[in-house]
Design a protein around this ligand. Structure first.
Ligand SMILES: [Zn+2]
Length: 507
C-alpha cells in the first residue's frame, strides 16, 4: 500500500463526509446522503487496508514519532470505519425508524427530534412531563434496531482481533476507561454536596411548583434553557460578544476568511450551532441561527472553539497528516471548545463582555452556568460507568441494563431518566470519556493561562499567541500529552471539581 495515497484518499473522504453533513444541517439538503460516499471510499476500511496500515506502523522506527502517531490514528480510524461499514444497514434503519417516529401533541404529529425544544420552552411542569413521556415512548419502537447495531459492533471488534469494544477504543485513544471511571466516581463524590445545593436554589428560582426530589428529565430540558438569564443574553448580541471575546486574545474574527460563518435563515436549517471542518485550515464553517439565551451563547462559544482549533491548524501538518485533523480521539478538540464556552464561568469576563450588569448579577450568571456544566459533567461520569457495562454485555435487550442506565443518570443529575433511553442516549466510541478528559484538560490549561498571563488572561494577546501555537498542532497530541508538553503535568479531575465548586458557591 502507498501510504501517501491512502492519506490523500482519507482526507478527501473525511472532507466529503463533513460537507454532506454541513449541507444537510444548513438546510440545503433535506436528506443526508452518504451512500455514494461510502461506496466510493469503501476500500479505505477493509481488512486489507487495516493490516497494511498496521504493518506500516510496525515497520516505522521508534524515532519517527510523528509518523508512528499518524499511522496509529489512521489505523484506528480504519478500524472504526470497518465497524461502521459492517453496521451500515442497521445504522440506516435506526435513522429511518427514529426520523419517522412522531409524537402526538395538541392535534399535531411532531417529529421526535423537534420535541426536546418544545419541552424546553414549556413553563408548565405537568405539560412538559406529559410531552416528555410521549417522546420517551417514541424511542422504544427503535430499541431492537439500536441493540442490533451495537451487537454488530461487538461482533466486528472480535473479527479485528480485539477482546472487546472497550479494548479497541482503549487502543485508539490510549485511555484506560476503568481508571478514568474511578476518577469520574471521585468527581461525583466531591461535587455531590455543592451540586445539590446549587441545584436546589435554581430549581426554586426557575421551576416554581417543582421540588428537588421529584425532578424529571422533562424538567431538565427546561432547566437547561436557564430562562431566568434570558435578559442578559439577547440573540442580537451573540456574534458581537463572540467577536469581542476573540479580539481580547488578538484574533479578529471578521478578518478570518477561512472560518466562514453561516448565519442565513433557511426553512430546514438546524438551529443548533455546529462547526464543520470542510478543508482546514482554508475552509471551516460555523453554522449558527441565534435564538438567544445563555445556553445558545455557550453552545456557540463551544463550536467556535472547534472552529478556531481547525482554522489555526497548520496547513503543512494537515496536508501531510490529515489524520491529525480528523483524529479518532476527539478529546483534544473538545478541550479547546470548552476553553471558550467556560469563559462564562468567569465573573470578570462576564462583566466586561455583557454590558450593563452588576457584579452581583455576574456572580449569579456564573453560579447558574457552572451548575449547568457540573450537571453535564456528572451526567457523563455516570454515562461512562454505564457504557463500560453496556459494552461488556453480549445481549443488549436487557431490563437490567436499562435499569442500570436509569439509576446511574438519575442519581448523578438528580433528574429522573427513563430506562427506555438506555440505548438511544449512548454516543459511539466512549465519547463520554473523551468529554471527561477534555474537561479535566481544559481546567488545567485555564489554570496555566491564568498563572502566566494573569486573571484576565482572556484579554492578553500573548495568551492568544500561545493558544494559536497549540491550535497549530491540530490534534497531533492527546490531552494527556499536551498537558505534559505545556508543563502542567497531569490533567486533574480534582482541580475540575474544585474549580466548579468555587464557581457554584454563593458569596
Ligand atoms: Zn464539541
Amino acid at each position: 500500500m502507498n501510504i501517501s495515497d491512502y492519506r490523500r484518499d482519507f482526507a478527501e473522504y473525511s472532507s466529503t463526509i463533513e460537507l454532506a453533513h454541513y449541507q444537510h444541517r444548513a438546510g440545503f439538503e433535506r436528506e443526508l446522503h452518504l451512500e455514494s460516499i461510502y461506496e466510493r471510499y469503501g476500500d479505505l476500511f477493509t481488512r486489507d487496508a487495516i493490516d497494511a496500515l498496521q504493518r506500516a506502523y510496525d515497520e516505522t522506527p521508534a524515532h519517527r514519532e510523528t509518523e508512528r502517531m499518524g499511522l496509529r490514528l489512521l489505523c484506528g480510524a480504519a478500524r472504526i470505519g470497518y465497524l461502521e461499514a459492517r453496521a451500515r444497514e442497521l445504522t440506516d434503519e435506526v435513522a429511518r425508524c427514529h426520523s419517522s417516529a412522531r409524537v402526538e401533541w395538541e392535534g399535531e404529529r411532531i417529529p421526535v427530534n423537534s420535541v426536546p425544544q418544545i419541552i424546553s420552552n414549556e413553563p408548565t411542569a405537568s405539560r412538559r412531563r406529559e410531552l416528555s413521556a410521549r417522546w420517551v415512548d417514541a424511542h422504544n419502537a427503535c430499541n431492537d434496531l439500536r441493540a442490533a447495531r451495537f451487537e454488530s459492533f461487538h461482533e466486528s471488534v472480535g473479527m479485528l482481533g480485539f477482546d472487546s469494544y472497550r479494548a479497541l477504543f482503549s487502543d485508539i485513544t490510549g485511555t484506560d476507561y476503568e481508571r478514568l471511571a474511578d476518577s469520574a466516581n471521585r468527581f461525583l463524590e466531591r461535587t455531590e454536596g455543592a451540586y445539590t445545593s446549587a441545584l436546589a436554589r435554581v430549581v426554586e428560582r426557575d421551576l416554581p411548583g417543582v421540588s428537588l426530589d421529584e425532578l424529571q428529565h422533562a424538567d431538565y430540558f427546561f432547566f437547561q434553557r436557564m430562562t431566568g438569564l434570558d435578559s442578559f443574553f439577547p440573540a442580537q448580541d451573540l456574534m458581537t460578544t463572540y467577536a469581542a471575546a476573540l479580539e481580547g486574545l488578538g484574533i479578529r474574527v471578521e478578518q478570518q476568511q477561512n472560518i466562514h460563518i453561516d448565519a442565513e435563515a433557511r426553512p430546514f436549517k438546524n438551529p443548533r450551532a455546529a462547526c464543520f471542518r470542510i478543508n482546514p485550515p482554508d475552509d471551516v464553517r460555523l453554522l449558527i441561527a441565534p435564538v438567544g439565551g445563555a445556553y445558545d451563547y455557550m453552545v456557540l462559544f463551544h463550536e467556535a472553539g472547534h472552529a478556531q482549533h481547525f482554522g489555526w491548524s497548520s496547513r503543512e501538518l494537515c496536508r501531510q497528516y490529515p489524520e491529525f485533523l480528523h483524529a479518532p480521539d476527539t478529546g483534544t478538540s473538545e478541550g479547546y471548545a470548552f476553553l471558550l464556552s467556560h469563559l462564562f464561568h468567569d465573573a470578570g469576563w462576564v462583566i466586561e463582555h455583557r454590558g450593563g450588569i452588576s457584579t452581583g448579577q455576574a456572580r449569579e450568571i456564573v453560579r447558574s452556568l457552572a451548575l449547568l456544566t457540573c450537571g453535564n459533567i456528572r451526567r457523563r461520569c455516570a454515562s461512562l460507568n454505564y457504557e463500560i457495562e453496556l459494552h461488556d454485555h453480549s445481549q443488549l435487550r436487557s431490563e437490567h441494563l436499562a435499569a442500570t442506565y436509569s439509576d446511574a443518570i438519575s442519581q448523578a443529575t438528580r433528574f429522573r431518566r427513563s430506562p427506555a433511553l438506555y440505548l438511544a442516549d449512548v454516543d459511539d466510541g466512549f465519547y463520554s470519556a473523551a468529554y471527561l478528559r477534555a474537561w479535566a484538560f481544559e481546567v488545567t490549561l485555564r489554570e496555566h493561562l491564568m498563572t502566566r498571563y494573569g486573571r484576565r488572561w482572556w484579554a492578553s494577546r500573548k495568551a492568544g499567541d500561545e493558544l494559536i501555537d497549540l491550535w497549530n498542532t491540530s490534534s497531533r497530541y492527546t490531552v494527556e500529552e499536551l498537558a505534559r508538553l505545556i508543563g502542567i503535568g497531569e490533567i486533574s479531575f480534582d482541580l475540575l471539581a474544585e474549580s466548579l465548586i468555587a464557581a457554584m458557591k454563593e458569596d
